[in-house]
Design a protein around this ligand. Sequence first.
Ligand code: 8DG
Ligand code: MG
Length: 152
Amino acid sequence: MEKGAAAAEVPVPRVAVVVFLLKGKAVLLGRRRSSVGDSTFALPGGHLEFGESFEECAARELIEETGLDIDKVEFLTVTNNLFLKETKPSHYVTVFMRAVLADPHQVPQNLEPGKCDGWDWYDWDNLPKPLFWPLQKMVQEGFNPFPIGSNS
Ligand code: 8DG
Ligand code: MG
C-alpha cells in the first residue's frame, strides 16, 4: 500500500485549545452548531495550529469566533476527550486556558454563526444546560476556573 494514502486514513488525536474567558463571576459560553455536541453550551476555542503556543491559539480563536481581545492568558488544565460514537469519530486532547478581556467594555460578536448560536456571559453558579460534555464533566468534578481568592 502506498504510504501517504494509508497515513491519511488512520485517525489521530488532535489538540484543541479552549478558553474560560472570565468576567466577574461569569464565563463566556456559546451554544454549539456542530455534529459533535450540537446544541450544547461550550467554551470558545478550536484547533491548535502548527507552530502555535497555547496562548497564541487561545487569542487567535477568541478573535476569530468572538472578536474579543484577551489578556492574562494562562494554562489551567488538560483533558483527554474521546468522541468515538460520533458519525465521524474523533479524539481531542483539550487544553483549557483562562483569560480576561483586554478591554472590559468589549462585547462578544458571533463571527462564526454556522458554528455557534451566539455568545453570552453566564454566572459560574448558574450555568446553562446542557453543557458540552467535556465541560459538564469538569463542572461535576468540582473544577473551578477562577483564580484562588477571587469572588466567584
Ligand atoms: P477551527 O478549525 O476553527 O480551529 O476549530 P473549531 O471548529 O473552532 O473547533 P471546535 O469544535 O470549536 O473545537 C475543537 C474541539 O475541541 C471540539 O471538537 C472538541 C474539543 N472541545 C472540548 N471542549 C470544548 C469546548 O468547551 N469548546 C470547544 N469549542 N471545543 C471543545 O473538548
Ligand atoms: Mg470553535
